[in-house]
Design a protein around this ligand. Sequence first.
Ligand SMILES: [Zn+2]
Length: 339
Amino acid sequence: MPRKKQFAINGTKIAPGERKTVMLPVAELYDFTALEIPVHVIRGKKDGPVMFLSAALHGDEINGVEIIREIIKSPLVDDIKGTLIALPVVNIFGFQNKSRYLPDRRDLNRSFPGSKHGSLAGRIAHLFMREIVSKCTHGIDFHTGAIHRSNFPQIRASLDNKATMDFASSFNAPIIIDSSMRDGSLREAARSKKVNILLFEGGEALRFESDVISMGVRGTLQAMSNIGMIEDEKVENTKYESIVAKDSFWLRAPNSGTVRMGVQLGTYVKKGQVVGLILDLLGDVEIEITSPEDGIVIGVNNLPLVTLGEAILHLATVERLNKRELKKRGFIYPQADID
Ligand SMILES: [Zn+2]
């Protein structure tokens, strides 16, 4: 019998059939607080894909923290094929401070692949690449909208190869955005290492949202079953047949004022449709916000106080779909009227 390959995170070995939590030391703060990233590793008895799940690279985006907790406590991962590496909180500093950033206001997800001697963000990125990404075949990174902004549950991936297209589709999110890479992102760095990586977006910063969390958990387990980590028949398979969007754009405030929104996340909007009103405080001004194209609302600004040019709605451009197809996939059509 050939001996199984050794698997270790930061020098800690994890044997086949073993589960271990490893703390990955990053730095010590000036008040001696130790910054350590918790990494939970589940190694199956049989070899197979090696997948990482990461959340809170932006420290205030926490739906993924709960998604990962639910996955690692699910009985479905007790007997996996391959290895699952779960990092519920990567930016531990931001998480503690309920902030997107690191102490020097750097954005970890713009600091990849990082370097050994760079900024703190760059060093964390470098460590993450060395200890996690370089050992993986697959990965899913969990994000949410920013503060006061909600995202409709969506997968973002570069769909230029069949393997990623299959992996993205198996997640069964209502919508997949075929999005190009952002410079310095984990997604870009992982892809350059030939890791098949998806980004799941859903909900708003600093919230636990049940529908987003259950979709994230179900999607991840389905994606794991698709690549053979979990036996197929064990996973509940709700098919959405995701809509693929090639592009997206923001509708911006044509004026400063307060906003009455006429649509919500998941609404299919038609070209020329009024999606909201910009008002002034004294009732003199009422400006209609119309959409220049058909699209699905994938992001919304929840704060009704806006300044000229501020992003209000994020729309994904999709092929024209009929009412039945949209309803089947859980979209809203047509939109409610604004009163
Ligand atoms: Zn994010």
